[in-house]
Design a protein around this ligand. Structure first.
Ligand SMILES: [Fe+2]
Length: 477
């Protein structure tokens, strides 16, 4: 059934786009889906960008076998006018009353003429099975990243989650323009990209390349994440200069221009949670400016996981892996500090990127040794390289993901091979260089993670740039 759906989906996209045309004057960025501030299976947001401030826009959609087009009654617009970029508008329309997990059609009209249409998939409800992809370190705009986008499309996911480093090198509006939109929202699927963003929701955690650039005087179009993404705002409220949010360096003019675009999303949208299908997702900012010894932040994660105790699965995603065997970024172990919280909250899998390869840990628990925690500081004494966090781990070596499918502990996945140059290919065959917690280490080819969830059964596969399976485990409850 999945296979049949995939064929229909692809053919539909190709057919539709041969009939309806639009120009750069219509769309600076073509329509893309977002889960919005309060995700539920009946709702989705549709965003697009245009330089045209005077146009009359209408969004209509059709669910299930219904024949009537429903007009979206909620349409907002936000002007982005930061220095160095021609001003443009971000439009944001809401889809309501969607049938959970089903395909629906939508179309966008400008001044009475239909200029875009596509087919999309609603979020899944708790009773439905689903497939999601996780990929990190993607937005390079290289042929490698484009081929991965194509393979992600061919894997036919219901949702894509990005484990940070969405766009290189500094998360700028101008960088999205060349490295993100044309690749992940291409009209036709081929090895140069695919129409993913218009068809399924993407969810992202911020990486260092998305959120570390806070000098708006030097880069006024930085922190594009806050303009372009529409994700929940239910995480802790940080204040500039506190444990979660670094200080913006900006003149009053540049700061105002940024805040006018970002609105209430800044600075809150980097830590949040939501439910999808029968799973709870906790998305966390692991950047080195965050102090994970801070109790406000730790308490938020504890409470968030407590509230999610009735979900069948709990997934956590943050950019910097706590448990990685790569020599690259090896000292950036700050996320080990919350390992006990995640274990206590019965987290099943943690997904990370940052390290550009694939790694899977044994199911494990970890007790940080605080006296062994070492801040790694830059030349100006700021904590810019994270922390070395020593401690004691306990590994479940009986779990093998085939006959024994019940892990004892958290499985840590590094899936940062989504586009950027690979790290430490020499370590793949050199098992002596792996940390004891590492079970699988694949660093000679680009890849991404595909997860199928059917009730209490989960299958995780790592798929390479050619569509070949590199790893597979099954987990059952
Ligand atoms: Fe990174």
């Amino acid at each position: 059934m999945k296979y049949l759906t995939a064929i229909y989906f692809s053919l539909f996209s190709i057919t539709v786009h041969s009939q309806i045309s639009n120009t750069d004057a219509d769309f600076l960025v073509k329509p893309y889906l977002q889960i919005g501030p309060k995700p539920n299976p009946e709702k989705l947001q549709l965003l697009w960008h245009s330089v045209d401030e005077s146009a009359q826009w209408v969004v209509e959609y059709k669910t299930g076998s219904g024949t009537n087009w429903i007009k979206s009654e909620e349409l907002t617009s936000t002007k982005i006018a930061v220095a160095g970029i021609a001003p443009f508008i971000i439009y944001n329309a809401s889809f309501h009353s969607l049938l959970p997990g089903t395909l629906f059609m939508y179309r966008v009209s400008k001044n009475g003429k239909i200029i875009f249409n596509a087919e999309a998939k609603a979020l899944k409800s708790a009773e439905q099975s689903y497939r999601f992809v996780v990929s990190g370190d993607i937005g390079t705009g290289t042929n490698t990243a484009k081929k991965i986008a194509y393979q992600i499309y061919k894997s036919n996911p219901d949702m894509v989650t990005i484990a940070g480093d969405i766009v290189y090198n500094q998360g700028l509006i101008s960088e999205y323009k060349t490295k993100y939109w044309p690749v992940y929202n291409k009209d036709k699927a081929d090895t140069l990209g695919a129409p993913l963003l218009r068809s399924i929701p993407f969810v992202a955690a911020v990486g260092n390349h998305d959120a570390d650039t806070r000098d708006l005087d030097r880069f006024p179009d930085a922190l594009a994440y806050y303009h372009f993404w529409d994700q929940p705002l239910n995480g802790p409220v940080g204040t500039e200069g506190g444990a979660i949010v670094p200080v913006l360096k900006a003149t009053e003019t540049n700061k105002k221009a940024f805040l006018d675009g970002a609105g209430e999303k800044y600075p809150r949208m980097t830590n949040f949670s939501f439910d999808y299908g029968n799973a709870h997702w906790t998305i966390i900012d692991s950047d080195t400016y965050v102090d994970w010894t801070d109790s406000t932040l730790r308490d938020w994660v504890i409470k968030d996981l407590e509230k999610a105790k009735d979900a069948t699965w709990r997934f956590v995603m943050y950019h910097h892996p706590g448990f990685s065997s790569s020599k690259a970024h090896f000292e950036q172990q700050q996320m080990r500090l919350i390992a006990p919280i995640l274990e206590k909250g019965n987290v099943d899998i943690v997904f990370s990127g940052h390290v550009h390869n694939y790694q899977r840990s044994f199911p494990m628990t970890f007790i940080p040794d605080r006296t062994g925690t070492l801040l790694v500081r830059g030349t100006d004494n700021r904590i810019i390289h994270g922390r070395v966090v020593n401690g004691k781990w306990t590994l479940d070596k009986k779990f093998n993901g085939r006959r024994n499918t019940k892990p004892n502990g958290v499985i840590y996945i590094v899936t940062g091979a989504g586009g950027q140059g690979l790290y430490n290919p020499e370590q793949q065959m050199d098992k002596d260089s792996w940390q004891k917690f590492t079970k699988k280490f694949i660093s000679i080819i680009h890849s991404f993670t595909v997860v199928d969830v059917n009730g209490k059964t989960l299958t995780l596969r790592q798929v390479d740039i050619n569509g070949k399976e590199l790893d597979r485990i099954k987990i059952t409850k």
